[in-house]
Design a protein around this ligand. Structure first.
Ligand code: SF4
Ligand code: SF4
Ligand code: SF4
Length: 312
């Protein structure tokens, strides 16, 4: 019997759903094994009814629920609770779902500041009130999925590599643990390491790395962190290269920005990165804007009001 799969996106940019579609022809193999009962990126099944005629949201029952995005408003929360009720196994797909991701940067600000910014800046007409009809109420903060419902499987990445999405689905169907990396991006990076770098300060992020030539093999280029570039490889979970292993940004000679989240699920990428910089000889006090490190994981917890990024 086919495995019933349900997919939904919450506080999401839909990049994770594109990773599902990006399985390409393997999606046909998956379709032989699973029955998608609800997944907005592939089929039209509306949770308020096809004509929007239901007053309460409802989803079909499924064996597996794949959820991308964190929880930011009342509708996301209602959907997440419904998914948990209807699915035996819940997968958090992508770093927004596993850790809050990029949208959790909004946790540096209160809701009124965000609404002011959106509706009443110099480029918009000053508004006395904000629209409220037909718009779900904002929660006080952006939450990772497991802060509101139980999650069974974590599949981080912004977006997760399609090879990993495929492996996670096949593993579930075959009832075995998914073969996902537990290493760091550095562990899978072929650049040349010579030990502590000579630089005491970080160089500008967009500065080109020193290398013999852009076409020279990656293992002839010195580690970007040792060159003073802010590369978050030491504190970031590997896997973004999929089956080809080599980290995606590094293969383009660009430093890792940490999008796969911490190496261990509960790790604190920011604190670990500050340690990695200090061990590499970088003077932490020289960092121009420490909050720029709060990119992905853990940021949603650290940035909750009344914390203000500007005061750090
Ligand atoms: S993890 Fe990245 S790709 Fe996925 S929904 Fe969030 S921002 Fe988009
Ligand atoms: S710090 Fe960056 S460049 Fe250096 S080994 Fe790690 S991932 Fe590669
Ligand atoms: S190298 Fe880092 S930022 Fe780039 S895709 Fe991989 S985990 Fe994400």
């Amino acid at each position: 019997m086919k495995v019933k799969v349900l997919g939904e996106w919450l506080n999401s940019c839909s990049g994770c759903e594109i990773a599902v579609v990006d399985m390409g022809e393997r999606l046909l193999d998956v379709l032989n094994l699973v029955d998608f009962v609800h997944i907005p990126v592939l089929m039209d099944n509306k949770y308020y009814g096809q004509l929007g005629d239901q007053t309460h949201l409802s989803l079909p029952e499924a064996d597996v629920g794949i959820v991308s995005g964190g929880i930011r408003n009342a509708e996301h929360l209602e959907l997440a609770l419904e998914i948990r009720k209807k699915c035996k196994i819940v997968i958090a797909l992508g770093t927004c779902a596993t850790h809050g991701g990029i949208p959790s940067l909004s946790n540096s600000y209160g809701n009124n500041e965000i609404l002011d910014r959106y509706y009443s800046t110099e480029t918009t007409d000053k508004s006395e009130s904000y629209p409220s009809q037909g718009i779900p109420e904002l929660l006080d903060s952006c939450y990772a999925l497991d802060e509101k419902i139980h999650v069974d499987v974590y599949l981080p990445g912004c977006a997760p590599h399609p090879d990993q999405v495929f492996e996670a689905l096949v593993a579930l169907i075959e009832q075995r643990p998914a073969d996902l990396s537990t290493k760091s991006v550095c562990d899978t990076c072929p650049t040349r390491r010579e030990g502590k770098g000579d630089l005491k300060k970080l160089v500008r992020f967009l500065k080109a790395p020193k290398q013999d030539s852009p076409s020279a093999p990656l293992d002839t280029m010195r580690c970007l962190l040792e060159q003073g570039l802010l590369c978050m490889g030491p504190v970031t979970r590997a896997g973004c290269g999929g089956n080809s292993i080599i980290p995606r940004c590094l293969s383009a000679r660009v430093p890792c920005r940490g999008c796969y989240g911490p190496v261990k699920h509960e790790g604190n990428q920011m604190m670990d990165m500050l340690n990695a910089l200090a061990s590499n000889g970088i003077d932490i006090k020289s960092l121009p804007e420490r909050t720029s490190l709060l990119r992905f994981s853990g940021a949603h917890r650290l940035l909750r009001p009344p914390f203000k990024a500007k005061s750090v």
